[in-house]
Write a protein that binds this ligand. Structure first.
Ligand code: SAM
Length: 212
């Protein structure tokens, strides 16, 4: 068994409603891009260790990771999650309501680039999992919103453009995302305010601690 496959085989079964949400998200007709199970497990462990009181997520999708965060944080933790697509955000709102976390999670509909400018700061954790190509632009504002001692978790940082992409425009778009992600990694790995480690989980995840 390959190393990654072996690590994934060690992950315990997920609780409901996450298990069902993952099943639904994996079907072609109801596909949704949610965090892979090794990243979900890493996120869960990070939440248990850091016990954040205020979390910002960029990229709600159907609310899988928001619900995972709600399940693994203290009762009074507040989670704000941003989703640009109204229909997707509505699915998330419904899933969050059914999971009983509507008081803990607030879904904000719209473009992350706009919304982060009017949000109040004081976040103990930021999970960036949407708009890969824009992470580098979001970073200065995210660092303002994040408390000293807070954690920035950035997903998909080792994303690679698929070799089989035939459409030239799409190939160029994906190539640009990869270049921007590399620039982002260079910045967060050398930033004076951050201590960063990059892990292979999922499509790569960066964990950055904001220093004083
Ligand atoms: N965090 C989710 C989970 O694990 O359950 C998965 C998020 S999915 C990878 C990325 C989501 O970010 C998509 O639903 C997409 O519509 C949203 N998104 C992408 N760019 C965005 C932007 N600029 N502003 C807000 N949402 C965005």
């Amino acid at each position: 068994m390959e190393k990654k496959e072996y690590i994934i085989s060690l992950i315990p079964h997920e609780d409901e409603p996450l298990k069902t949400m993952r099943e639904i998200a994996s079907r072609t007709e109801t596909y949704a891009p949610i965090v892979p199970s090794d990243t979900a497990q890493l996120l869960k462990t990070m939440l248990k260790i850091t016990r954040p009181k205020r979390i910002l997520e960029i990229g709600t999708a159907i609310g899988y990771s928001a619900i995972l965060m709600a399940k693994n944080t203290p009762l009074d933790t507040e989670i704000i999650t941003i989703e640009r697509y109204e229909k997707v955000a509505d699915i998330a709102i419904n899933n969050i309501f059914e999971a009983g976390f509507e008081k803990k999670i607030r879904v904000v509909k719209g473009e992350a680039a706009d919304i982060i400018n009017w949000l109040d700061g004081g976040f103990d954790m930021v999970f960036m999992d949407g708009a890969k190509g824009q992470y580098i632009e979001f970073l200065p504002r995210i660092l303002e919103l994040l408390n000293t001692g807070g954690v920035l978790i950035t997903d998909d940082v080792l994303y690679k453009e698929p070799n089989e992409e035939k459409n030239a425009t799409e190939r160029h778009r994906k190539y640009t995302i990869v270049q921007r992600l590399r620039k982002y990694l260079e910045v967060i790995c050398n930033h004076p305010l951050l201590d960063t480690t990059v892990l292979e989980s999922g499509e790569g995840i960066a964990i950055s601690y904001k220093k004083g």
